[in-house]
Design a protein. Sequence first.
Length: 87
Amino acid sequence: MELTVNKAGKYALVWLTNAEKADPKVMDSLQPLIEQCKEKKYRLAIFESGEQDLLEKTTDLLIHNRGLEKTDDGKTTALPKQASGEM
């Protein structure tokens, strides 16, 4: 487990490995930190390791967020703009 606390930004980050996220004892040990963050009004983010390809999923997310579409050949194209709903 890795813990990063940023006092100036009032946030804390917890990074868990696959083994740690599957261990109920580790998850239970986070409760005091969660309570401390609530008391001090810190934002808390708990990141868990995943099973999927990080590069592929990050690329897909960036493509989605930029309003692009990934084609079968791996290229990207712009998605058509949605209608504004005005008549």
